[in-house]
Write a protein that binds this ligand. Structure first.
Ligand SMILES: *Cc1c(COP(=O)(O)O)cnc(C)c1O
Length: 392
């Protein structure tokens, strides 16, 4: 083994000692509420497939038809020969869905944040970011020379201080997740918008966990709070509730035109495959009629959270279908997750450094497809595993 590989190996050993080494879990079936793992059917409570759209017949049909019509690959980046009619149609309908002038689609939510933040932030600008924002926002900011200010999670006092201190900069941009993925809480967007307006700043919201979940028909946090026209940049993902893969920014036409010329993942990475673009488009059409499905999602989330709380578990700040069960230290958290799997329930353990050392949690994500029986089973398994854990 070469020396440089030995040092990698040592780091991996360190992860193993800390109980943070995780081999990949390989599933024998596609995303669903029940999935096959090692020959066993497991209740899935960790996927972002909030509405069960990953195997929706209309999405599958759209993917097959687009593949027949256009082939499996787009053949190029968007700016050369990789903008097919299906890409343009998706952007038109996404903008209409979001109620914005325009929308621009990227290969993923991750590259959307990288592409947008890196394009719009210059060395004279300042970006003001919630401390719990997603890794792709952090990386997007790192790609720029802009000044950075971080405010404590949802702390509007600190945000105001940061805005006050930012008067001398060129652009001021406040960036926040719409729904925070580790805690399942919602950003205080009305307060953020008011402060931004008072201090002449732009608002940028990343709605990855809100796309297809929050707002009418899943239009996102801006719609949920009735803030249309006051949030300048809305990023969303097509990879979670929308059920496929991809990301987008919903914005004014001028920003879209600018990004087409500046955003590096857009310029230098091949566009979505025809099947992906077509199934995203079909998903947006399904969302337009998704009132009942989204109602079911929120009913299931409220039911599960109340049942878990009734057992005395701490669900933290959860107010969405993301329901963390706070366990404590990393080793105990991972053990809890392992015990749940023995009971046939998959819920991901999330530990330091993703969350604070004493805030390790098993994160449940409730979907519209879960039945009451399945949710009851998971709650009962939680109780059983807590009893087993206390006997360790
Ligand atoms: C998941 C997530 C992303 C990345 O989206 P992908 O489409 O999976 O790349 C970006 N931002 C937030 C807040 C997310 O939760």
């Amino acid at each position: 083994m070469a020396k440089w590989e030995r040092t990698l190996g040592e780091e991996l050993q360190q992860l193993k000692r800390e109980g943070r080494y995780r081999p990949l879990t390989v599933w024998a079936s596609g995303s669903s509420t029940r999935m096959e793992l090692d020959g066993r059917s497991v209740l899935q409570m960790s996927s972002n497939n909030y509405l069960g759209l990953t195997d929706h017949p209309e999405l599958i049909q759209a993917a097959i038809e687009a593949t027949r019509q256009y082939g499996v690959g787009s053949g190029s980046v968007r700016t050369i020969t990789g903008t097919l009619a299906i890409h343009e149609q998706l952007e038109l309908e996404l903008a209409r869905f979001k109620g914005t002038e325009a929308a621009l689609v990227f290969q993923s939510g991750f590259t959307t944040n990288q592409g947008v933040l890196a394009s719009i932030l210059g060395p004279d600008d300042v970006v003001i970011s919630d401390e719990l924002n997603h890794a792709s926002i952090i990386d997007g900011i790192r790609l720029t020379k802009a000044h950075r200010k971080i405010y404590a999670h949802k702390d509007m006092g600190q945000l105001e201080t940061a805005l006050k201190e930012s008067a001398a900069y060129g652009k001021r941009i406040v960036v926040t997740d719409g729904v925070f993925s580790m805690d399942g809480d919602i950003a205080p967007l009305p307060a953020i918008v008011e402060l931004a307006e008072r201090y002449d700043a732009f608002v940028y919201v990343d709605d990855a966990h809100a796309s297809g979940v929050l707002g009418k028909n899943g239009k996102g946090t801006t719609d949920h709070f009735g803030l249309h026209g006051r949030v300048h940049i809305q990023v969303g993902t097509l990879s979670k509730a929308v059920g496929v893969v991809g990301g987008y920014v919903a914005c004014d036409q001028i920003l879209k035109d600018y990004l087409i010329h500046k955003a590096r993942p857009f310029l230098f990475s091949t566009s979505q495959t025809p099947a992906v673009a077509a199934s995203c488009l079909a998903a947006i059409r399904v969302l337009e009629q998704s009132g009942e499905l989204i109602g079911k999602l929120w009913d299931n989330a409220a039911y599960f959270r109340s049942q878990v709380q009734a057992l005395g578990f701490d669900t933290g700040a959860s107010e969405t279908p993301i329901v963390p069960v706070i366990v404590g230290n990393p080793a105990e958290t991972m053990r809890f997750s392992d015990l749940l799997l023995q009971e046939g329930v998959f819920a991901q353990g999330i530990v330091y450094p993703t969350v604070a050392m004493d805030k390790g949690r098993v994160r449940f994500i409730v979907t519209a497809r879960h039945t009451r029986e399945e949710l009851d089973y998971a709650v009962q398994a939680l109780g059983k595993c807590r009893a087993a854990l206390s006997q360790d």
